[in-house]
Design a protein around this ligand. Sequence first.
Ligand code: NAD
Length: 258
Amino acid sequence: MHDLTGKVALVTGAASGIGRAIAEAYARAGARVVVADIAVDRASEAAAAMGHGAVTLAMDVTDETQVDEGFARIGRELGPVDILVSNAGVQIISPLVDFPFADWKRMLAIHMDGAFLTSRAAMRQMIASGRGGSIILMGSAHSHVASKFKAPYVAAKHGLLGLARVIAKEGAKDNIRSNVICPGFVRTPLVEKQIPEQARELGISEDDVVRNVMLRDTVDGEFTTLTDIADTALFLAGFESNALTGQSLVVTHGWHIQ
Ligand code: NAD
């Protein structure tokens, strides 16, 4: 199930953090990996480090032309995409009453427009190839629970559940599966940046943010790891039946138990 030899896997936001760990796991499993990111220098460095023929793709997931042209280039050079991980994301924290509208729109563009545009492009290739494929959207514990100061993030991550369910229904006849991975807190640059920001907003120490905000509701006070999420993404990529579609897998050390 974990042999991805002969598959083309495109991972967005793969220059850093969770996306990079997933891309590395897919490359080790034999896939031709496309390291897609807006940060092209870091993406090239990541692709070179992972080897196994991984290639870099400069792509802003909010830009329809860049997404469609990027998929077309990959289709020509490597063949149609079999696995998409729509993972690119950012975090902006502010009380809702102070949230600038421009930041709200940017968050929804990256998380929602990005997931829609890349899923649409991937589905078109998966249908045309006749091979189907696996579409994995990077949700969050915040696809199921809410936290203060994260209005657009929580709204967008909840929205991804709906998108994955529609892809599951429309994609089934072409053997396209779609699922959402919902990680708890993983120590990536996205989270490291939040710790001092939350400490400021809440008027508590950074240590308290980690213990009493981020990890308070886990079963063991532990962060989720990059390996936990990469293993989940490997499992979903290799699971080739419609038995597992339209679902969300919550990987949070019990922070949210469905
Ligand atoms: P990260 O900051 O380490 O990596 C995010 C990557 O996305 C970066 O390489 C960045 O350049 C890229 N990116 C940002 N905007 C982009 C755009 N418009 N187009 C293309 N690429 C873009 O963050 P991470 O923690 O690895 O987060 C990855 C995903 O996992 C996000 O969707 C995030 O919401 C989700 N997530 C993270 C955590 C966590 O605790 N780290 C928990 C749950 C969900």
